[in-house]
Design a protein around this ligand. Sequence first.
Ligand SMILES: [Zn+2]
Length: 71
Amino acid sequence: MLIELLLVIAIYGVYKIAREIMGNNKHLSDAEIKEYKYKRRSLSESAQRRITNHIGTCDECRERFTSIMNS
Ligand SMILES: [Zn+2]
């Protein structure tokens, strides 16, 4: 009984971490990048972090990000 409970907690923990990683890996939309460009102050800290983290790891979005920021 206790082992089953621990198993459920462990699976839930893995699931939560996996969801966070998936969220970070999701490509940025143009709308998100524009929001970052024009309304950065209104974005939550975690939303800003997601954008900067993603740009650090994804060439495709970094290119799009720079072209939108420079447009
Ligand atoms: Zn991307």
